[in-house]
Ligand binder design. Structure first.
Ligand code: GLN
Length: 189
């Protein structure tokens, strides 16, 4: 099984390491052609507007929309924003894959980043969530399963083959969320 990590910007090598530790083969993706033999994809954290611009410039935008038609995708932080169907204050989505409504930089300027202990449904308890200028999910559609909340805000969810979280699971040694995604990819094959 081979899972790609979109490598236009952001925390790429950490995701590759976590995926390999979770039993998958993993590789960085910079060009559309590299999507061809992949069974799943991670959209990492970074800056969603920058990643979108780079997607448009490289032609990856259209390839990613096609890839998403039958392959699992796991978006973390900025990746979550890229997957959302609705982004507060923005006219239209980026990839628009998940029936969620998100708010960017949602935890305020005062607290740029913080850690919180999370209990994640189907994944496990006491997960160390690292939030960096993180978004949260304001609301989800009926087909979306909420997996974790922090301070009454939704910070992880799943809709079929799409998984997402507002924090950075690749920055701790805990690979449980990556393992859960590898399981989704396995199911989908
Ligand atoms: N604030 C970033 C954005 O809006 C996301 C931050 C992150 O990925 N750590 O895209």
């Amino acid at each position: 099984m081979k899972i790609g990590v979109l490598a236009l910007q952001g925390a790429v090598s950490e995701h590759i390491k976590a995926l390999k530790a979770s039993g998958a083969d993993a590789q960085a993706v910079k060009h559309s052609s590299e999507l061809e033999d992949l069974d799943g994809l991670v959209l990492p954290g970074g800056e969603s507007t920058t990643m979108r611009r780079l997607m448009d410039e490289t032609g990856l935008y259209d390839s990613l929309r096609l890839f998403a038609e039958n392959k699992p995708i796991f978006g973390t932080c900025a990746g979550l924003i890229l997957m959302a169907k609705k982004i507060e204050g923005r006219n239209g989505p980026h990839l628009g894959l998940l029936d969620i409504d998100v708010r960017r930089n949602a935890f305020g300027r005062q607290v740029d980043s913080f850690e919180a202990t999370l209990n994640i449904r189907h994944v496990g308890d006491n997960f160390d969530g690292v939030f960096i200028r993180a978004p949260y999910i304001k609301s989800v559609g009926s087909g979306v399963e909420v997996l974790a909340t922090y301070d009454d805000h939704i910070v992880a969810c799943r809709q079929g083959r799409f998984l997402t979280c507002a924090f950075h699971p690749e920055l701790t040694g805990d690979t449980r969320l990556h393992r859960y995604f590898v399981g989704i990819v396995e199911e989908n094959r």
